[in-house]
Design a protein around this ligand. Structure first.
Ligand code: CA
Ligand code: CA
Ligand code: CA
Length: 377
């Protein structure tokens, strides 16, 4: 009963003030509201599955009361180590709650958000809870893959390249990261696996996770050429990659080491350059923290496994959209490069720099010609 009276007074005061254009005054309350914030991981890459959100900003905005500046009265608290936020001295009324926390690492920006409406004192039944949702965004993305080869009749495709883009507002570091060509297999449990099967493993120099020698600024493009040379000197229609930032280099094969720094194969068992299929394949970028040997196929070829929890980005392309997926749909649910014929000189790129929904059918568009190191003409 006491609360109802207080509410009536508060609403009357608010009404009076809104009519009279006087400086609003809020009524001090005595209520305590406690809320526990958590999120659940559905990717299977984090355990345990229910995680308290620590040190998150929780904002309570009063619907019924305005502050001295005329804006709704707002209270802010941070959650403690168990995900609990405590508000004291609240007045009776309706509130909107908004939770937000941004976590930035070298490889990911994770925004954890959630909101709800509550009515005091009705919502005070022990500790209230709010399930927040993590939205994960890769800082670095694979922005373009030029895979089909230039227009030619000589089976020339050595001007292939992969372009990365820093899609975040922080400098990130390539140190120790892996770029891999995915295996072209169709296991029945593909989408349940917690790893991606690859054919090779090329590594940026430096120390994975902690290295700070190879920075990429916000908004910067990075081109990794199969071979960093002007290919138009061999095939007129091929791409000039003499200005590439990096090149794939395999010291265990017949690869030529051009002046650009190397993203290098370090497994003597693998002797090929970073050659990707001309119509259907996938490329993954991982943080470089883990890999392990996988199964050996009927041709005595041993696959490599990259844990999905270490993958920063992955893009599958397929000229034929009816083909079976070869990359786990948690990494990429679709296909880039649909309808690009081999030896057509076309390329596939994100529709905006860094545009990423983890579905390449949505994220990528085809280009008439490759754009190494830039987005537009
Ligand atoms: Ca090479
Ligand atoms: Ca080189
Ligand atoms: Ca480009």
């Amino acid at each position: 009963m006491r609360f109802e009276i207080t509410l009536t007074i508060a609403l009357s005061a608010a009404l009076l003030l809104s009519c009279g254009r006087e400086t609003p005054v809020h009524l001090d309350g005595t209520l305590r509201y406690q809320m526990s914030v958590y999120y659940t991981d559905t990717t299977g890459t984090i355990s345990p599955a229910i995680i308290p959100v620590q040190n998150a900003e929780v904002t309570l905005t009063a619907v019924s009361y305005s502050g001295a500046d005329g804006n709704p009265l707002t209270y802010t608290q941070f959650t403690d180590s168990s995900g609990l936020a405590v508000f004291d001295q609240l007045a009776v009324g309706r509130y909107n709650v908004y939770v937000s926390k941004e976590i930035k690492t070298n490889t990911k920006t994770i925004l954890i958000t959630g909101s709800k409406t509550l009515v005091l004192p009705d919502s005070i039944q022990g500790v209230d809870s709010l399930r927040a949702t993590p939205i994960e965004k890769s800082n670095l993305v694979i922005n373009e893959i030029y895979f089909c080869g230039p227009e030619n009749r000589n089976y020339y495709f050595y001007d292939q390249f992969v372009e990365l883009y820093n899609n975040s507002d922080i400098t990130v570091y390539l140190d120790g990261m892996y770029l891999c060509r995915a295996a072209q297999t169709h296991p029945t449990d593909l989408h349940e696996r917690d790893y991606v099967q690859t054919l090779n493993l090329f590594r940026f120099p430096g120390e994975a996770l902690t290295g700070r020698e190879y920075p990429v600024a916000p908004g910067q493009f990075v081109v990794i050429a199969q071979d960093a040379v002007d290919h138009s000197q061999y095939i007129a229609t091929a791409v000039d990659l003499s200005g590439a930032d990096w090149e794939f280099y395999n010291p265990y094969g017949g690869d030529i080491d051009f002046p650009a720094p190397n993203v290098e194969n370090f497994l003597p068992e693998k002797t090929n350059d970073f050659m990707i299929n001309l119509t259907h394949n996938a490329v993954i970028l991982s943080d470089g923290s883990d890999w392990y040997w996988g199964e050996i196929n009927e041709n005595d070829y041993q696959y490599i496994h990259i844990p999905i929890s270490t993958i920063i980005d992955g893009v599958e392309y397929s000229s034929n959209p009816e083909k079976q997926k070869e990359l786990n749909r948690r990494v990429d649910a679709g296909f880039a490069g649909v309808n690009i014929p081999k030896y057509s000189g076309m390329s596939t790129q994100r529709r905006e720099p860094g545009f990423d929904t983890n579905n390449s059918s949505i994220d990528f568009v085809n280009l008439d010609h490759p754009t190494p190191g830039y987005q537009n003409e």
